[in-house]
Ligand binder design. Structure first.
Ligand code: SAH
Ligand code: SF4
Length: 344
């Protein structure tokens, strides 16, 4: 479903038709133009041919029912993964991909290890949300939050990501508030600078994972281009301009970045630049993807305690969907065994 093609297809029609069609797609979540009773039959036929609404996907549910992973097959055969996380309080978050694969190559990330294919288009990003919105509609639920934490680095596909964000946010689109949309970046400085100038104020998350450049370069190769100092400077400018609170993500990897000294250095780094109001640290359980092990519960507790003592706020990320490889950093090119093809 390409919104620009939809506009194009409706050229020559009265202006209200575009709004009506968008409403059918994003609000009524129709899966076939045949059911669009408000449209003339001829137009329904034309849209059926030119703007197909079917999404080719395989859906895999997690055993614990807290996450659903979908493998979406794009028009050129490229497969991407997207995840619906079901929170205990009833809210639903979709974790979308912005690229097929990722060129950044972080050593702990399955996406990074699987290489890079291409950027996704606006429609391919939006498709991921349509897929889950249609499923949720059956149980009278909706998507409450969107996080760009799936495959890829959003700021390497900045324009498409921001156009998708505007559609997600717009009243005639998914109508999801900017405060319920988050973009996570490995620290692409130009992207952070551009985001600071956007009129729409989404949440920004920075994948830090280390408090010194030597260690960060070992696990996040993008650190050579975007070292910690440059990132923090850009984030500081962003926070100052927007007055928006920034989340620093920190994966807890056993024996790599989880010592008491690491905790102290991390707290000091954040404290030096940010007031408590403008930054917090999200400690993420490392989801195994090969060579590393997650830090023990006890280690995470101690690490958190040290940071808390420094009066820097920490939160912990619940791990969704580990058993279906739907957790952060476990997304690759549709590796699922459950080949239940579904045309949604
Ligand atoms: N490229 C962006 C967004 C996608 S990754 C970024 O790096 O921020 C989304 C989050 O998942 C990031 O914080 C990333 O560091 C984290 N992540 C990657 N691999 C992971 C793993 N194996 N376990 C837990 N989190 C992981
Ligand atoms: Fe890319 Fe983010 Fe994975 Fe790093 S963590 S390889 S930036 S998707």
């Amino acid at each position: 479903m390409d919104i620009n093609l939809l506009k194009e297809a409706l050229k020559g029609e009265p202006a209200y038709r575009f709004k009506q069609a968008k409403d059918l797609v994003f609000k009524q979540l129709i899966e076939d133009w045949s059911v669009a009773q408000g449209l003339p039959a001829g137009l329904r036929e034309k849209l059926k041919k030119e703007i197909p609404l079917a999404i080719a996907a395989e859906a895999v549910s997690s055993e614990s029912k807290d996450a659903d992973k979908a493998v979406i097959v794009l028009a050129d055969g490229v497969r991407i993964e997207t995840v619906l996380m079901r929170h205990k309080d009833g809210r639903n978050t979709v974790c979308v991909s912005s690229q097929a694969g990722c060129p950044m190559g972080c050593v702990f990330c399955a996406t990074g290890k699987s290489g890079f294919k291409r950027n996704l288009t606006v429609s391919e990003i939006v498709l991921q949300l349509l897929f889950f919105a249609r499923r949720l509609k059956i149980t009278n639920e909706r998507i409450d939050n969107v996080v760009f934490m799936g495959m890829g680095e959003p700021f390497l596909n900045y324009d498409a990501v921001m156009e998708a964000v505007r559609l997600i946010n717009s009243k005639s689109g998914f109508n999801i508030g900017a405060r319920h949309i988050s973009i996570s970046t490995v620290g692409v400085v130009e992207g952070i600078e551009k985001l600071a100038k956007e009129p729409i104020q989404v949440n920004l998350a920075i994948s830090l994972h280390a408090s010194n450049d030597a260690l960060r370069s070992r696990i996040v190769s993008a650190n050579n281009k975007y070292p910690i100092g440059d990132i923090l400077w850009a984030v500081y400018a962003y926070a100052k301009k927007t007055n928006r609170r920034v989340m620093f993500e920190y994966i807890m990897i056993d024996g790599v970045n989880d010592s008491d000294d690491d905790a102290r250095a991390l707290a000091a780094l954040i404290k030096k630049r940010f007031s408590l109001k403008l930054a917090f640290i999200n400690l993420i359980t490392y989801n195994p993807t090969g060579e590393f092990k997650p830090s023990s519960r006890e280690r995470v507790r101690k690490f958190k305690e040290i940071i808390d003592r420094e009066n820097v706020e920490t939160t912990e990320r619940h791990r969704f969907g580990r058993e279906i490889k739907a957790a952060c950093g476990q997304l690759a090119y549709g590796s699922s065994n459950n080949k239940k093809m579904k045309n949604n």
